[in-house]
Design a binder for this molecule. Sequence first.
Ligand SMILES: Cc1cc2nc3c(=O)[nH]c(=O)nc-3n(C[C@H](O)[C@H](O)[C@H](O)COP(=O)(O)O)c2cc1C
Length: 243
Amino acid sequence: MNQVIDLLNNHRSIRKFTAESISKEKLNAIIQAAGSAATSNNIQAYSIINITNNDNRKELAALAGSQTWVEKSPVFLVFCADLKRSEDVCHYEQKEMASGYTEQFLIATVDATLAAQNAMVAAESLGLGGVFIGGIRNNPEKVCQLLKIPDHVYPVFGMCLGYPDEKPEQKPRLPVEVTLMENYYSEDTSYLGNYNEICRDYYQNRSNNSRHATWTSQISAMMSVPARPHMKEFLEKKGFSLL
Ligand SMILES: Cc1cc2nc3c(=O)[nH]c(=O)nc-3n(C[C@H](O)[C@H](O)[C@H](O)COP(=O)(O)O)c2cc1C
């Protein structure tokens, strides 16, 4: 339809990179694009930490569950939801911030996520590839210690970026007929069989890590075990009390 839509529809996560580094100019363009994303009330409640220290990279790779690409990618960014900036702004205006609201947590998390998706798309438009790393939430307290992340800020995910040294097949997504509903929420689940067939083919025939799986087998395996149950306590400790 147009080049932007083609680029978006060509996305795949990249976990293997060439040794070529990303120029400062390109990285700046990526971060600028991240900052151009929409943001709730222009609060801009996010920060991005570029991890250039090799020891910290190694440690983060281990903390994220031994994800080697975290250590090896030319660039590794940590996207943080950042309400400390809003707190600083309130202090600047001699006001106390009304902290700890779930809504603020959502605003900051959404802001960080929108900025990150802009960064990913900008990177892909420059011929780079990358992958989001939610694995840094396996050990969020240790990540905060390592990166000196203060209260009212938390690392939402990381992002590896670099020039792709692989071209994995694209993971099939749900069809528009399923994700787009008209006027009312649709509880129809009759699409599952068809989508499972498409995903079964993908998993069986992909060049890397071929396996017997379907979408429902994958997702149900993941969603039927506790999901990082430490997050609630961690967020509360960081000042995101979820009032
Ligand atoms: C918030 C978020 C966290 C993710 N965390 C990881 C991760 O820790 N490690 C990883 O290898 N991939 C991670 N991914 C990548 C997803 O597994 C990937 O996007 C998904 O399987 C779809 O594949 P695709 O991006 O190739 O289309 C993450 C993606 C998102 C959006």
